[in-house]
Design a binder for this molecule. Structure first.
Ligand SMILES: Cc1cc2nc3c(=O)[nH]c(=O)nc-3n(C[C@H](O)[C@H](O)[C@H](O)COP(=O)(O)OP(=O)(O)OC[C@H]3O[C@@H](n4cnc5c(N)ncnc54)[C@H](O)[C@@H]3O)c2cc1C
Length: 543
């Protein structure tokens, strides 16, 4: 499809004219997008015989420590082979609103009359681009992915009709500067050896004050647990999730996995999730170890943003969906059936790994200690320390101690945590035992836990009310107190050693053959009082 965006006849005349690129200095990632666009400008310049000009507007960026310094931006652009840097300095100084920046830029464009002005496709540059085009009474082409030069005319190649069609758009009056937004990853920046361009600084005096919008303050949105670009695990939801409820289920999977949530364009368009979560050509480019793509078709505009992902797992009900060409692992199925089952499994595994970290010595050296994992899971569930403390009936100070590995979580607390994190605690206990307390691995587990282990005598009863465990507690020298408190009733029978059972603060000493039944809600602790290990049979009844 080829279209001219106004009705004037073609006029040759762009050859040899400058091609401008807008430099976005707000963050290094956005600046890199500008350098990518510079690569596009260089391709175009090679076709038209023009020169590339990188335009920087000096504006104050209060409260933005991530902003690129002007000199660094200049050095970088020169390293990337730009022919000229044009620095615009408004005489008034201060922070520039997009409409003021557009005014500054449009004034200089009208004076210098470059062939085209290219802008990286992002919220602010897009606004500046469209405002500047309006001031210059000229056309603007959006979302360009490539360029052609045909019969003296620049043709911008842009996706249209949801990406089904690649439209070829041109400016029919080449004597006026055209404005184009370029997709940030359509071209890739490249440093050029021995590059050297010229620099020019212009002071702009014509800036009129903005009377419609007032700058109040500029504050960076908190990015705690919100960084898609550096995330190691990402779960992406697409239109196939069906509705916002489907997307909420997907968020639960992200929480259980400790992953970030991303989205294709439809969920963003339908406001199921923020725009900053968009992945793809017009969104973020990500490179996680694992990316799970649910209900996404695999449109090129989306997959362009996930080429850096190490392993891609896709779920789609259509076996012919293009995402399966891209994925390392594909599951043909309904996401609405897949998600709850998969999420439940992941939750179980994640609590088990939490329990494992509690007992594994040296885990903290690998960043896998109990405290760190608890912090990660708590944050993934969006809980503050205070809320978690309240949910498990402890103080925030106690949770802090757990998170700092200053105290050890009891099995009882793990069970309570399982409830808070919506994980089946019974399954957790039995899976641990079944998979780890058998054969050689059982011994390894016993060694790792060092002072305490349990073995299920009722395997497979994870969903039953009655479960029986053989508990072994090492001698008092090795022993950390184990504090239980959970729903139900409990019966303990001492087989070997000497058990100190503290019930509601009162200590009972039980010798082999002695037993006791109590309400599991009563705060209770089991402790080995003998010099040898203490073994006891514990029967748990949970309603
Ligand atoms: C200029 C331009 C830029 C763009 N930039 C981006 C971008 O950056 N990022 C982006 O994502 N898109 C972008 N797009 C849009 C892109 O072309 C696609 O339209 C979009 O990626 C499609 O999203 P989707 O896969 O979620 O939806 P769809 O294409 O509608 O696919 C939904 C998929 O879900 C499957 N499905 C349906 N129900 C179920 C179910 N119950 N269980 C399992 N599977 C199911 C269907 O089989 C289908 O394959 C851009 C488009 C243009 C024109």
């Amino acid at each position: 499809m080829t279209t001219n965006i106004n009705t004037q006849p073609n006029k040759p005349g762009v050859a040899g004219k400058d091609i401008w690129v807008y430099g976005d200095l707000r963050t290094s990632a956005l600046f890199n997008n500008s350098l990518n666009v510079l690569a596009g400008a260089q391709k175009l310049a090679a076709l038209t015989g023009g020169k590339t000009v990188f335009v920087i507007t000096c504006r104050e960026t209060p409260h933005n420590p991530e902003a690129i310094e002007e000199q660094i931006a200049i050095d970088q652009a020169l390293k990337h082979g730009v022919d000229k840097i044009l620095t615009l300095k408004p005489s008034t100084g201060g922070y520039l609103l997009p409409e003021q920046e557009a005014q500054v830029l449009a004034g200089v464009v009208q004076e210098k009359n470059p062939c085209v002005c290219l802008f990286p496709l992002h919220v602010i540059p897009r606004e500046i681009c469209s405002r500047a085009a309006a001031i210059c009474h000229t056309g603007m082409i959006a979302d360009c992915m490539d360029f052609k030069y045909d019969a003296g005319e620049i043709i911008a190649i842009c996706p249209s009709h949801g990406g089904e069609v690649m439209a070829q758009l041109g400016f029919s009056n080449p004597t006026i500067t055209g404005f184009i937004t370029v997709q940030p990853n359509a071209f890739i920046r490249k440093e050029i050896k021995n590059a050297g361009g010229e620099t020019e600084t212009l002071t702009v005096t014509s800036l009129s004050p903005c009377d419609q919008i007032t700058f109040v303050s500029c504050q960076k949105e908190s990015r705690a647990d919100k960084n898609l670009e550096t995330a190691r695990k990402i779960v992406v939801g697409g239109a196939g999730l069906g509705n916002i409820e489907g997307f909420t289920t997907l968020r639960k999977l992200s929480a259980a996995l400790g992953a970030e949530t991303g989205a294709t364009r439809p969920p963003v368009m339908w406001h199921w999730i923020d725009e900053e979560r968009l992945i793809g050509q017009t969104g973020k480019t990500v490179s996680p170890e694992l990316l799970i793509s649910l209900g996404t078709s695999g449109a090129v505009q989306y997959t362009a943003g996930i080429t850096g992902a190490k392993t891609v797992v896709a779920v789609n009900k259509d076996p012919n969906a293009p995402i399966f060409q891209f994925a390392d692992m594909g599951i043909v199925g309904d996401v609405n059936l897949f998600l709850p089952v998969f999420t439940e499994k992941i939750k179980q595994i994640s609590l088990r790994s939490l329990a494992d970290a509690r007992d594994t010595e040296g885990a903290s050296a690998q960043g896998g200690d109990f405290g760190s994992r608890l912090i990660r899971i708590r944050r993934a569930h969006g809980l503050t320390r205070e809320v978690l403390a309240q949910s498990v009936g402890r103080t925030p100070e106690f949770i802090k101690e757990l998170e700092n590995n200053q105290t050890t979580a009891s099995v009882g607390l793990l069970i309570t945590l399982a409830e808070v994190f919506d994980i089946d605690a019974g399954t957790f206990l039995n899976d641990e035992e079944q998979s780890k307390l058998a054969g050689e691995r059982a011994q390894a587990y016993t060694r790792r836990t060092a002072n305490y282990h349990y073995q299920s005598l009722t395997p497979g009863a994870e969903n039953e009310h009655l479960r029986v465990f053989m508990i072994t507690i090492e001698s008092r020298q090795m022993h950390k107190p184990v504090d239980y408190r959970h729903e139900g009733e409990e019966f303990v029978y001492v087989m070997e050693g000497q058990l100190g059972l503290t019930l509601d603060g009162k200590l009972y000493t039980l010798m082999p053959g002695e037993y006791m039944k109590y309400n599991s809600q009563t705060p209770h602790q089991l402790k080995s009082l003998s010099d040898e290990k203490t073994r006891c049979l514990v029967t748990l009844y949970t309603p």
